[in-house]
Design a protein around this ligand. Structure first.
Ligand code: HEC
Ligand code: HEC
Ligand code: HEC
Length: 250
């Protein structure tokens, strides 16, 4: 059976405690037990403070995978992570670029809009933007993904037809720090403008890598990576990274 490893600060505190125990006992022999207890408590307070200060901050909880496109590395695409060992410089500059953050899961690190219980005007009606813990909601629907990292950000909620999402009708502008109606942000054809609602019909091609809309009765969308990853521009990397076929490897 595998027990989870105790966090480092707790281990450090325990070792310190064992080391200090004889010291506290010796003090207790010479003086009062109360004095030893005082020393011990003082140490415990310091250890607790250190433990709290050095404890790792928990990672964002993942956005549940049930009602959004799924990241599945498939076919001849290998994902940006596999480029890292050989191209660390390109990987680093890409990681800090708008390309990587263009489409992301709606974690607290990704969401930049004001979800502080706001009532916001959309294309046709008002919408309530809320944050509960690390999750974001539009009219009670969990925000699944974000698109935009440069001037504005748009948000996607499930459309309840499978792994398929639709576009929230308000968009957040970074510089102005305010919400605007979606139709004031995107050019749309004069007829049939609701095409813009669906991630699968067009946005997916440019805002994720190796997209597979997989439109069936129960839509099951897959992509290799959210955002503009290495292979969006350089093409599938399998031949290039595979030891069997790479001309770069001896
Ligand atoms: C096992 C090591 C390795 C991996 C993994 C790797 N590459 Fe390379 N790549 C190389 C080497 C070696 C070169 C040749 C460098 C040179 O000529 O300066 C190269 C060259 C390139 C070039 C330039 C080609 C040219 O014609 O100038 C591109 C673009 C590139 N790699 C993209 C990628 C991408 C995208 C990935 C991830 C999908 C990737 N590489 C993964 C080793 C690797
Ligand atoms: C043909 C490729 C293509 C398609 C299809 C596409 N986009 Fe884009 N999109 C881009 C490019 C390129 C940019 C970057 C423009 C810039 O930064 O100036 C962009 C930028 C954006 C931005 C915000 C830019 C920012 O960070 O400020 C949003 C939001 C966005 N697209 C949403 C969508 C949505 C929603 C759809 C589907 C209705 C869509 N895009 C379809 C190529 C595309
Ligand atoms: C938005 C498109 C785009 C993305 C995303 C992108 N690249 Fe490039 N990359 C280019 C272009 C264009 C060039 C050619 C630059 C030139 O010739 O000056 C290039 C050049 C390169 C080269 C050749 C050497 C060099 O630095 O000029 C390597 C290696 C490379 N890219 C690897 C990567 C890797 C690895 C990633 C992901 C971590 C990545 N690229 C993401 C467009 C892109």
């Amino acid at each position: 059976m595998n027990l989870p490893a105790p966090p480092t600060p707790v281990l450090v505190a325990c070792l310190l405690g064992l080391g200090l125990l004889p010291f506290a006992l010796r003090l207790a022999r010479g003086r009062s037990v109360g004095f030893a207890a005082l020393v011990f408590c003082g140490w415990a307070a310091i250890a607790a403070t250190v433990a709290r200060a050095t404890a790792p901050t928990p990672a964002d909880p993942p956005v549940p995978a049930g009602e959004r496109p799924l990241e599945v590395v498939a076919d001849e695409y290998v994902s940006s992570r596999s480029c890292l060992p050989c191209h660390p410089r390109e990987y680093d500059t890409w990681r800090s670029s708008y390309h990587r953050t263009m489409t992301q899961l709606a974690t607290p690190a990704a969401v930049r809009g004001d979800f502080d219980d706001r009532l916001v005007r959309g294309d046709y009606e008002m919408h309530r933007m809320e944050r509960r813990g690390d999750a974001f909601y539009v009219d009670g629907e969990r925000v699944q993904m974000t698109t935009g990292s440069h001037h504005m950000q748009a948000y996607w909620v499930s459309d309840h037809t499978g792994r398929s999402v639709s576009l929230v009708q308000a968009v957040y502008l970074f510089d102005e720090q305010r919400w605007i109606r979606r139709r004031d942000a995107f050019l749309q054809p004069p007829v049939g403008h609701r095409r813009i609602d669906h991630w699968n019909t067009s946005c997916i091609q440019c805002h994720s890598t190796h997209s597979r809309p997989r439109l069936a009765a129960n839509i099951d969308t897959q992509i290799n990576e959210f955002g503009i990853a290495c292979e969006a521009c350089h093409g599938p990397g399998q031949d290039h990274v595979s030891p069997a076929s790479s001309k770069y490897l001896a």
